[in-house]
Design a binder for this molecule. Structure first.
Ligand code: PLP
Length: 459
């Protein structure tokens, strides 16, 4: 099942600016909480991507509750959300069957001194979905499983270096990855030097790394697809290069899993890696992730081999029963309903609606929607057509004014046609202001400081 579905012809939206002026929102509770939060929590949030520097100053500071793709902030303002939970919530906030499955399991106990039977059930369910994966270890977040994949590749090959795709945004909170970013304070350079980088879609560059460091690269990790699609033969080429040079190929499916295809981007692109990692959407927002792969590699973490033992993902909360129950229910829903197909369909509808507004507001070359429909992002450019954080801030500011929180256009199973149409109206209003700002200067329209990239050396 490739989700390249035929799209229903969309009625074209009436994009004439007829909306009533937007009411001024009260954010007083948010602002008070933000002041408290910054005194107590470095950065005021537990995830940089949710931080104040990632949003316009006029954004809601704290969310109180969510249902479907709608959220209410602590002041009672309602918004449509995109990219919910950093792309983790693909079915919808507080999705009833998931809440009920997790709650049922919670009532039976969260964690025991010996394994819970649900660990086997969850393992069977996930491995049925992922071709070529024989074994799985569950964990609580994506970073732990990508780090475990790197350790396993090193242990299996007896080599020390790893190669990562350098133009993909994120693999792990651990030093082997963060040491390659601008924000690497606290990470010894000896650790950073063990990670090599190659550009996406550049097989020759990876091949050169293998030549420069003969028999030293243990593993290669990349997202099968993030921004641009793979060039024909690129993913197949990486796999055969790894096999020729004795390295382990790891696909990071933390975003692509449960979006590109039921079997992940590896199924969508028909290239099976040796190991792969899943997280985010797997539990519809509950903390659960997985490292899956070939038995001969994964078994090094087990009890039935005579090689040196590998400490593979052993954590107190690794198999928390209600998160596994949420994952099983998520997988059941994905199996019964075409969630992936819906994400592609609604993403494509939204792309068409936003493109209508781009044309109507003469923003071609300044505002662009990119990526697969199941994972749409937008690019903002200034008058010189350079990428612009100021224009990103302005767009998000204007969307929030119309009741939409859109750091991306990543849709969920709960983004209805009505939600998309309300979003399209907000986009049209935001684009009108964008157009004016291109002509008259963005500073005249910004209500506060600009957003900054997470990975920067200084504040
Ligand atoms: C592609 C990718 N890999 C790994 C991770 C790390 O996952 P987590 O934040 O759950 O540790 C992320 C998180 O954004 C990601 O996008």
């Amino acid at each position: 099942m490739k989700p390249d579905m035929e799209l229903v012809q969309l009625p074209s939206l009436d994009l004439t600016p007829t909306r009533a002026p937007v009411v001024k929102r009260d954010f007083s509770r948010s602002r008070a909480l933000q002041r408290r939060a910054h005194r107590l929590i470095p950065g005021g949030a537990h995830t940089y991507a949710k931080g104040d520097d990632q949003y316009p100053e006029s954004a809601p500071g704290f969310i109180a509750q969510g249902r479907g793709c709608h959220v209410w902030d602590v002041d009672g303002n309602e918004f449509i959300e995109y990219g919910m939970g950093l792309r983790a919530v693909t079915l919808g906030h507080a999705h009833k069957p998931i809440v009920e499955a997790a709650y049922r399991q919670m009532q039976l106990g969260a964690n025991f001194t010996r394994p819970a039977s649900i660990e086997v059930e969850a393992a069977e369910r996930l491995l049925e979905m992922i071709d070529g994966a024989d074994m799985v270890k569950f964990a609580k977040n994506g970073s732990d499983v990508t780090t475990a994949a790197m350790k396993l590749a090193r242990a299996h090959t007896g080599r020390d270096l790893i190669a990562i795709c350098g133009d993909q945004p994120f693999f792990s909170t651990d030093d082997w990855f963060i040491g390659t970013t601008e924000m690497r304070a606290g990470i010894p350079k000896q650790i950073s030097e063990l990670t090599l980088t190659f550009p996406y879609n550049d097989l020759d560059a990876l091949s050169r790394l293998f030549d420069m460091y003969p028999a030293r690269i243990a593993g290669v990790i990349l997202e099968a697809e993030a921004g641009d699609p793979p060039k024909p033969g690129f993913l197949e080429g990486i796999k055969s290069l790894c096999e020729q040079r004795g390295a382990i190929l790891v696909f990071d499916e933390i975003i692509t899993g449960f979006r590109w295809h039921l079997g992940g981007a590896q199924k969508y692109h028909s290239v099976v890696p040796h190991l792969s990692t899943f997280g985010k959407a797997m539990g519809n927002g509950c903390a659960v992730s997985a490292l899956v792969g070939k038995r001969e590699i994964m078994c090094l973490g087990g009890l039935e081999h005579d090689r040196e033992r590998v400490f593979l993902l052993s954590t107190t909360h690794g198999a928390e029963t209600h998160a596994l129950a949420a994952a099983i229910e998520t997988m059941r829903i994905y199996g019964e309903q075409d969630v992936v197909g819906f994400l592609w369909q609604q993403g494509e509808r939204l792309r068409q609606l936003v493109n209508q507004s781009i044309t109507a507001n003469h923003l071609e070359g300044f505002f662009e929607v990119t990526g697969r429909p199941c994972n749409l992002v937008f690019v903002t450019r200034d008058q010189s057509r350079n990428r612009s954080q100021a224009f990103r801030t302005l767009f998000m500011q204007e969307m929030i004014r119309s009741g939409v929180i859109a750091p991306s256009f990543v849709v969920s199973f709960s983004h209805s046609d009505a939600d998309l149409e309300r979003t399209a109206e907000a986009v049209f209003e935001a684009h009108k202001v964008y157009r004016e700002a291109l002509d008259r200067g963005v500073d005249k329209y910004l209500e506060g400081r600009s957003i900054k990239p997470v990975f920067r050396r200084y504040n």
